[in-house]
Design a protein around this ligand. Structure first.
Ligand SMILES: C[S@@+](CC[C@H](N)C(=O)[O-])C[C@H]1O[C@@H](n2cnc3c(N)ncnc32)[C@H](O)[C@@H]1O
Ligand code: SF4
Length: 360
Protein backbone atom coordinates (compact mmCIF):
# COMPACT_ATOMS: atom_id res chain seq x y z
CA UNK A 1 0.00 0.00 0.00
CA UNK A 2 1.15 3.49 -0.86
CA UNK A 3 -1.88 5.50 0.25
CA UNK A 4 -3.83 5.92 3.43
CA UNK A 5 -7.23 7.46 4.12
CA UNK A 6 -8.16 8.44 7.68
CA UNK A 7 -11.76 9.30 8.54
CA UNK A 8 -12.72 11.86 11.19
CA UNK A 9 -16.52 11.74 11.47
CA UNK A 10 -17.16 14.95 13.44
CA UNK A 11 -18.77 18.14 12.11
CA UNK A 12 -19.77 21.38 13.86
CA UNK A 13 -22.92 21.64 11.70
CA UNK A 14 -24.67 19.05 9.55
CA UNK A 15 -25.33 20.04 5.94
CA UNK A 16 -28.71 19.34 4.37
CA UNK A 17 -27.28 17.27 1.49
CA UNK A 18 -24.65 15.22 3.27
CA UNK A 19 -24.80 11.43 3.33
CA UNK A 20 -21.25 10.90 4.53
CA UNK A 21 -20.40 9.08 7.75
CA UNK A 22 -20.60 12.02 10.18
CA UNK A 23 -22.07 13.19 13.45
CA UNK A 24 -22.16 16.32 15.57
CA UNK A 25 -18.82 17.19 17.10
CA UNK A 26 -18.88 16.29 20.76
CA UNK A 27 -15.63 16.68 22.73
CA UNK A 28 -16.81 13.85 24.99
CA UNK A 29 -16.11 11.33 22.22
CA UNK A 30 -13.16 12.77 20.38
CA UNK A 31 -10.25 11.43 22.46
CA UNK A 32 -11.85 7.99 22.78
CA UNK A 33 -12.26 8.03 19.01
CA UNK A 34 -8.65 9.06 18.43
CA UNK A 35 -7.37 6.39 20.83
CA UNK A 36 -9.36 3.74 18.98
CA UNK A 37 -8.08 5.10 15.66
CA UNK A 38 -4.51 4.88 16.93
CA UNK A 39 -5.05 1.26 17.94
CA UNK A 40 -6.55 0.41 14.57
CA UNK A 41 -3.56 1.94 12.77
CA UNK A 42 -1.03 0.26 15.06
CA UNK A 43 -2.73 -3.12 14.53
CA UNK A 44 -3.09 -2.98 10.77
CA UNK A 45 -0.37 -0.79 9.30
CA UNK A 46 2.38 -2.96 7.86
CA UNK A 47 5.16 -0.38 7.79
CA UNK A 48 5.31 0.63 4.12
CA UNK A 49 6.43 4.13 3.07
CA UNK A 50 3.34 6.18 2.23
CA UNK A 51 3.18 8.27 -0.88
CA UNK A 52 -0.14 9.94 0.04
CA UNK A 53 -2.03 10.50 3.30
CA UNK A 54 -5.54 11.95 3.25
CA UNK A 55 -7.48 12.93 6.38
CA UNK A 56 -11.11 13.43 5.43
CA UNK A 57 -14.47 13.40 7.01
CA UNK A 58 -16.66 14.65 8.40
CA UNK A 59 -14.57 17.69 9.13
CA UNK A 60 -11.10 17.03 10.57
CA UNK A 61 -10.54 20.78 10.96
CA UNK A 62 -13.36 21.05 13.52
CA UNK A 63 -11.21 19.37 16.18
CA UNK A 64 -9.77 21.65 18.85
CA UNK A 65 -6.08 22.47 18.53
CA UNK A 66 -5.16 19.88 21.17
CA UNK A 67 -7.28 17.19 19.53
CA UNK A 68 -5.88 18.07 16.12
CA UNK A 69 -2.32 17.81 17.43
CA UNK A 70 -3.13 14.41 18.94
CA UNK A 71 -4.46 13.28 15.57
CA UNK A 72 -1.42 14.60 13.72
CA UNK A 73 0.90 12.84 16.18
CA UNK A 74 -0.91 9.59 15.30
CA UNK A 75 -0.05 10.13 11.65
CA UNK A 76 3.63 10.07 12.62
CA UNK A 77 3.23 6.29 12.91
CA UNK A 78 3.39 6.20 9.11
CA UNK A 79 6.69 6.17 7.29
CA UNK A 80 6.47 8.77 4.55
CA UNK A 81 8.08 9.06 1.14
CA UNK A 82 10.10 12.24 0.66
CA UNK A 83 7.39 14.00 -1.35
CA UNK A 84 4.43 12.47 0.42
CA UNK A 85 1.20 14.32 -0.50
CA UNK A 86 -0.50 14.94 2.85
CA UNK A 87 -4.03 16.38 2.58
CA UNK A 88 -6.45 17.50 5.28
CA UNK A 89 -10.07 18.43 4.59
CA UNK A 90 -10.97 21.76 6.13
CA UNK A 91 -14.06 23.84 6.64
CA UNK A 92 -13.53 27.57 6.11
CA UNK A 93 -15.14 28.47 9.42
CA UNK A 94 -12.64 26.33 11.38
CA UNK A 95 -9.50 27.68 9.77
CA UNK A 96 -7.30 29.64 12.18
CA UNK A 97 -3.64 30.62 12.08
CA UNK A 98 -2.93 28.27 14.99
CA UNK A 99 -4.53 25.24 13.32
CA UNK A 100 -2.82 25.94 10.00
CA UNK A 101 0.54 26.21 11.77
CA UNK A 102 -0.07 22.87 13.45
CA UNK A 103 -0.89 21.24 10.11
CA UNK A 104 2.25 22.70 8.59
CA UNK A 105 4.43 21.54 11.50
CA UNK A 106 3.24 17.96 11.03
CA UNK A 107 3.91 17.89 7.30
CA UNK A 108 0.46 18.59 5.85
CA UNK A 109 1.09 20.13 2.42
CA UNK A 110 -2.36 20.10 0.80
CA UNK A 111 -5.64 21.59 2.03
CA UNK A 112 -9.00 20.55 0.65
CA UNK A 113 -11.59 23.18 1.48
CA UNK A 114 -15.30 22.47 1.15
CA UNK A 115 -16.62 25.82 -0.03
CA UNK A 116 -19.47 24.47 -2.21
CA UNK A 117 -20.90 27.87 -3.18
CA UNK A 118 -20.93 31.58 -2.43
CA UNK A 119 -24.54 32.03 -3.42
CA UNK A 120 -26.63 33.08 -0.42
CA UNK A 121 -29.76 31.21 -1.48
CA UNK A 122 -27.79 28.04 -2.10
CA UNK A 123 -25.86 28.34 1.16
CA UNK A 124 -29.09 28.63 3.14
CA UNK A 125 -30.47 25.53 1.42
CA UNK A 126 -27.22 23.70 2.15
CA UNK A 127 -27.22 24.71 5.80
CA UNK A 128 -23.82 26.35 5.46
CA UNK A 129 -22.61 29.85 6.10
CA UNK A 130 -19.55 31.70 4.90
CA UNK A 131 -18.81 34.60 2.61
CA UNK A 132 -16.48 35.22 -0.28
CA UNK A 133 -14.62 37.71 1.93
CA UNK A 134 -13.97 35.06 4.59
CA UNK A 135 -12.76 32.60 1.91
CA UNK A 136 -10.35 35.23 0.55
CA UNK A 137 -9.06 35.96 4.02
CA UNK A 138 -8.59 32.30 5.07
CA UNK A 139 -6.93 31.31 1.82
CA UNK A 140 -4.58 34.30 2.02
CA UNK A 141 -3.73 33.20 5.56
CA UNK A 142 -2.98 29.66 4.36
CA UNK A 143 -0.82 31.06 1.54
CA UNK A 144 1.08 33.28 3.95
CA UNK A 145 1.90 30.20 6.03
CA UNK A 146 3.29 28.39 2.99
CA UNK A 147 0.42 26.23 1.70
CA UNK A 148 0.95 26.02 -2.03
CA UNK A 149 -1.51 23.24 -2.88
CA UNK A 150 -5.15 24.05 -2.16
CA UNK A 151 -8.27 22.32 -3.45
CA UNK A 152 -11.74 23.84 -3.41
CA UNK A 153 -14.90 21.71 -3.56
CA UNK A 154 -18.03 23.06 -5.24
CA UNK A 155 -21.54 21.63 -5.49
CA UNK A 156 -23.85 22.69 -8.32
CA UNK A 157 -27.33 21.73 -9.42
CA UNK A 158 -29.66 23.06 -6.72
CA UNK A 159 -33.17 23.62 -8.05
CA UNK A 160 -32.92 27.34 -7.32
CA UNK A 161 -29.70 27.72 -9.27
CA UNK A 162 -29.47 29.56 -12.58
CA UNK A 163 -26.62 29.46 -15.07
CA UNK A 164 -25.79 33.00 -13.99
CA UNK A 165 -25.47 31.83 -10.35
CA UNK A 166 -23.20 29.01 -11.43
CA UNK A 167 -20.98 31.33 -13.47
CA UNK A 168 -20.78 33.69 -10.53
CA UNK A 169 -19.63 30.83 -8.23
CA UNK A 170 -16.98 29.73 -10.71
CA UNK A 171 -15.79 33.29 -11.22
CA UNK A 172 -15.33 33.70 -7.47
CA UNK A 173 -13.54 30.38 -7.09
CA UNK A 174 -11.17 31.37 -9.90
CA UNK A 175 -10.43 34.62 -8.08
CA UNK A 176 -9.19 32.51 -5.17
CA UNK A 177 -6.73 30.87 -7.59
CA UNK A 178 -6.71 27.33 -6.10
CA UNK A 179 -4.39 24.70 -7.59
CA UNK A 180 -7.23 22.17 -7.76
CA UNK A 181 -11.02 22.36 -8.10
CA UNK A 182 -13.56 19.55 -7.59
CA UNK A 183 -17.08 20.22 -8.83
CA UNK A 184 -19.87 17.83 -7.89
CA UNK A 185 -23.39 17.70 -9.21
CA UNK A 186 -25.74 17.60 -6.22
CA UNK A 187 -26.65 14.05 -5.19
CA UNK A 188 -29.96 13.78 -3.34
CA UNK A 189 -29.49 10.79 -1.04
CA UNK A 190 -31.93 9.25 1.37
CA UNK A 191 -31.37 10.17 5.04
CA UNK A 192 -30.52 13.75 4.17
CA UNK A 193 -32.61 16.77 5.06
CA UNK A 194 -33.01 17.70 1.39
CA UNK A 195 -34.40 14.26 0.60
CA UNK A 196 -36.77 14.32 3.58
CA UNK A 197 -37.96 17.74 2.42
CA UNK A 198 -38.62 16.23 -1.02
CA UNK A 199 -36.30 18.59 -2.84
CA UNK A 200 -36.37 17.76 -6.53
CA UNK A 201 -33.28 17.29 -8.69
CA UNK A 202 -32.70 19.60 -11.65
CA UNK A 203 -33.51 18.40 -15.18
CA UNK A 204 -30.84 16.29 -16.88
CA UNK A 205 -30.45 18.82 -19.70
CA UNK A 206 -29.80 21.62 -17.21
CA UNK A 207 -27.32 19.46 -15.36
CA UNK A 208 -25.55 18.77 -18.66
CA UNK A 209 -25.53 22.45 -19.53
CA UNK A 210 -24.02 23.31 -16.12
CA UNK A 211 -21.37 20.60 -16.50
CA UNK A 212 -20.37 21.88 -19.94
CA UNK A 213 -20.21 25.45 -18.65
CA UNK A 214 -17.93 24.42 -15.75
CA UNK A 215 -15.60 22.52 -18.11
CA UNK A 216 -15.53 25.47 -20.50
CA UNK A 217 -14.79 28.11 -17.82
CA UNK A 218 -12.12 26.09 -16.05
CA UNK A 219 -10.34 24.96 -19.20
CA UNK A 220 -10.24 28.57 -20.35
CA UNK A 221 -8.25 29.33 -17.21
CA UNK A 222 -5.79 26.48 -17.95
CA UNK A 223 -7.15 23.99 -15.45
CA UNK A 224 -6.72 20.48 -16.81
CA UNK A 225 -9.85 18.39 -16.72
CA UNK A 226 -8.20 15.17 -15.58
CA UNK A 227 -11.17 13.32 -14.07
CA UNK A 228 -14.94 13.58 -14.55
CA UNK A 229 -15.37 16.00 -11.62
CA UNK A 230 -11.81 17.19 -11.09
CA UNK A 231 -9.66 19.96 -12.52
CA UNK A 232 -6.08 20.86 -11.68
CA UNK A 233 -3.31 23.19 -12.65
CA UNK A 234 -0.39 21.37 -14.25
CA UNK A 235 1.25 18.92 -11.81
CA UNK A 236 -1.37 19.53 -9.12
CA UNK A 237 -3.60 16.51 -9.81
CA UNK A 238 -4.56 14.81 -6.56
CA UNK A 239 -2.10 11.93 -6.27
CA UNK A 240 -4.24 10.40 -3.56
CA UNK A 241 -7.34 10.26 -5.72
CA UNK A 242 -5.34 9.07 -8.73
CA UNK A 243 -4.33 6.10 -6.60
CA UNK A 244 -8.06 5.22 -6.30
CA UNK A 245 -8.76 5.77 -9.98
CA UNK A 246 -5.73 3.70 -10.92
CA UNK A 247 -7.35 0.86 -8.96
CA UNK A 248 -4.39 0.53 -6.60
CA UNK A 249 -4.62 -0.66 -3.03
CA UNK A 250 -4.87 1.66 -0.02
CA UNK A 251 -5.51 1.65 3.71
CA UNK A 252 -8.73 3.07 5.15
CA UNK A 253 -8.75 3.82 8.87
CA UNK A 254 -11.53 5.26 11.00
CA UNK A 255 -15.28 4.94 11.39
CA UNK A 256 -16.91 3.87 8.13
CA UNK A 257 -13.61 4.22 6.23
CA UNK A 258 -13.10 2.10 3.12
CA UNK A 259 -9.89 0.43 2.08
CA UNK A 260 -8.55 -2.04 -0.45
CA UNK A 261 -5.90 -4.47 0.76
CA UNK A 262 -4.83 -7.87 -0.60
CA UNK A 263 -7.70 -7.83 -3.09
CA UNK A 264 -10.24 -7.30 -0.29
CA UNK A 265 -12.43 -4.19 -0.47
CA UNK A 266 -13.64 -3.36 3.01
CA UNK A 267 -15.66 -0.73 4.84
CA UNK A 268 -15.20 -0.35 8.58
CA UNK A 269 -18.14 -0.43 10.95
CA UNK A 270 -20.43 2.61 10.88
CA UNK A 271 -21.35 2.03 14.52
CA UNK A 272 -19.49 4.43 16.83
CA UNK A 273 -19.99 2.28 19.94
CA UNK A 274 -18.43 -0.69 18.17
CA UNK A 275 -15.61 1.44 16.79
CA UNK A 276 -14.81 2.77 20.26
CA UNK A 277 -14.75 -0.84 21.49
CA UNK A 278 -12.18 -1.53 18.80
CA UNK A 279 -14.55 -3.74 16.81
CA UNK A 280 -13.52 -2.21 13.51
CA UNK A 281 -14.83 -4.63 10.97
CA UNK A 282 -17.84 -3.83 8.80
CA UNK A 283 -18.25 -5.17 5.28
CA UNK A 284 -15.59 -7.15 3.43
CA UNK A 285 -15.50 -8.47 -0.09
CA UNK A 286 -12.78 -10.55 -1.70
CA UNK A 287 -12.58 -9.52 -5.35
CA UNK A 288 -12.49 -12.04 -8.15
CA UNK A 289 -10.33 -11.35 -11.18
CA UNK A 290 -13.47 -10.20 -13.04
CA UNK A 291 -14.34 -7.79 -10.20
CA UNK A 292 -10.84 -6.37 -10.33
CA UNK A 293 -11.04 -5.85 -14.06
CA UNK A 294 -14.49 -4.25 -13.80
CA UNK A 295 -13.14 -1.86 -11.18
CA UNK A 296 -10.18 -1.10 -13.42
CA UNK A 297 -12.66 -0.08 -16.12
CA UNK A 298 -15.08 1.86 -13.90
CA UNK A 299 -12.34 3.77 -12.10
CA UNK A 300 -9.86 4.12 -14.97
CA UNK A 301 -12.36 5.53 -17.43
CA UNK A 302 -13.18 8.32 -14.98
CA UNK A 303 -9.77 9.78 -15.88
CA UNK A 304 -9.62 11.77 -19.07
CA UNK A 305 -6.28 10.06 -19.79
CA UNK A 306 -8.04 6.71 -19.50
CA UNK A 307 -6.57 3.23 -19.07
CA UNK A 308 -3.07 2.20 -20.10
CA UNK A 309 -3.64 -0.83 -22.32
CA UNK A 310 -0.17 -2.26 -21.79
CA UNK A 311 -0.51 -2.06 -18.00
CA UNK A 312 -3.94 -3.71 -18.23
CA UNK A 313 -2.39 -6.60 -20.13
CA UNK A 314 0.48 -6.93 -17.68
CA UNK A 315 -1.90 -6.93 -14.73
CA UNK A 316 -4.51 -9.37 -16.07
CA UNK A 317 -2.61 -11.35 -18.74
CA UNK A 318 -5.32 -10.50 -21.26
CA UNK A 319 -5.90 -7.80 -23.84
CA UNK A 320 -8.58 -5.36 -22.66
CA UNK A 321 -10.35 -5.80 -26.00
CA UNK A 322 -10.70 -9.54 -25.30
CA UNK A 323 -12.50 -8.82 -22.03
CA UNK A 324 -14.77 -5.89 -22.94
CA UNK A 325 -16.76 -5.09 -26.10
CA UNK A 326 -14.95 -1.86 -26.93
CA UNK A 327 -15.13 -2.13 -30.74
CA UNK A 328 -18.76 -0.95 -31.21
CA UNK A 329 -18.22 1.88 -28.75
CA UNK A 330 -15.15 3.00 -30.65
CA UNK A 331 -17.08 2.86 -33.86
CA UNK A 332 -19.73 5.22 -32.56
CA UNK A 333 -17.02 7.46 -31.02
CA UNK A 334 -17.90 6.88 -27.38
CA UNK A 335 -14.43 5.44 -26.74
CA UNK A 336 -11.07 6.37 -28.25
CA UNK A 337 -7.51 5.01 -28.18
CA UNK A 338 -4.49 7.30 -28.33
CA UNK A 339 -0.85 6.74 -27.31
CA UNK A 340 -1.72 3.35 -25.81
CA UNK A 341 -4.56 4.64 -23.63
CA UNK A 342 -8.26 3.81 -23.91
CA UNK A 343 -10.44 6.75 -22.86
CA UNK A 344 -13.96 8.10 -23.10
CA UNK A 345 -14.37 10.70 -25.83
CA UNK A 346 -14.35 13.99 -23.82
CA UNK A 347 -17.69 14.96 -25.43
CA UNK A 348 -19.22 11.83 -23.95
CA UNK A 349 -17.75 12.02 -20.45
CA UNK A 350 -21.05 13.33 -19.21
CA UNK A 351 -22.73 10.01 -20.13
CA UNK A 352 -19.93 7.92 -18.62
CA UNK A 353 -22.33 5.71 -16.66
CA UNK A 354 -24.27 4.74 -19.78
CA UNK A 355 -21.02 3.85 -21.51
CA UNK A 356 -19.90 1.73 -18.56
CA UNK A 357 -23.21 -0.13 -18.57
CA UNK A 358 -22.67 -1.03 -22.21
CA UNK A 359 -19.16 -2.24 -21.40
CA UNK A 360 -19.65 -4.16 -18.17
C1 LIG B 1 -16.73 14.53 2.83
S1 LIG B 1 -17.13 16.06 2.20
C2 LIG B 1 -15.98 16.84 3.28
C3 LIG B 1 -15.87 18.32 3.20
C4 LIG B 1 -16.02 19.06 4.51
N1 LIG B 1 -16.64 18.27 5.50
C5 LIG B 1 -16.91 20.25 4.24
O1 LIG B 1 -18.09 20.03 4.05
O2 LIG B 1 -16.40 21.36 4.23
C6 LIG B 1 -16.32 16.16 0.63
C7 LIG B 1 -17.07 16.82 -0.46
O3 LIG B 1 -18.08 15.99 -1.00
C8 LIG B 1 -19.02 16.78 -1.70
N2 LIG B 1 -20.38 16.32 -1.37
C9 LIG B 1 -20.84 15.95 -0.17
N3 LIG B 1 -22.15 15.60 -0.25
C10 LIG B 1 -22.52 15.77 -1.55
C11 LIG B 1 -23.76 15.62 -2.27
N4 LIG B 1 -24.86 15.20 -1.68
N5 LIG B 1 -23.76 15.89 -3.59
C12 LIG B 1 -22.64 16.31 -4.22
N6 LIG B 1 -21.46 16.48 -3.58
C13 LIG B 1 -21.39 16.23 -2.26
C14 LIG B 1 -18.82 18.22 -1.23
O4 LIG B 1 -18.27 18.98 -2.27
C15 LIG B 1 -17.83 18.07 -0.09
O5 LIG B 1 -16.97 19.16 0.04
S1 SF4 C 1 -20.71 18.21 3.98
FE1 SF4 C 1 -18.93 18.21 5.27
S2 SF4 C 1 -19.43 19.64 6.98
FE2 SF4 C 1 -21.33 19.14 5.94
S3 SF4 C 1 -22.14 17.49 7.16
FE3 SF4 C 1 -21.03 16.57 5.43
S4 SF4 C 1 -19.01 16.15 6.17
FE4 SF4 C 1 -20.00 17.58 7.63
Amino acid sequence: MKSVYIHIPFCKTICSYCDFCKMFYNPKWVYDYLISLKNEITDRYMGEEMSTIYIGGGTPSCLSEKELEYLLKITQIFKKEKNCEFTVECNLNDITKEKLELLKTYGVNRLSIGIESFNEKKLILMGRNHTFESAKEKIALARSLGFTNINIDLIYGFYTETKKDLKEDIKKVLKLNPEHISTYSLILSEHTLLYVNKVKPIEDEVDREFYDEICHLLKKKKYQHYEVSNFAKKNYESRHNLNYWNNREYYGFGLGASGYIDLIRYTNTLNLTKYLNQEYDGKKELLTKEDQMDNEMMLGLRKTQGINLQEFKQKYQKELSECYPIAPLMKNKELKIKNGYLFINPDKLYVMNEILIKLI
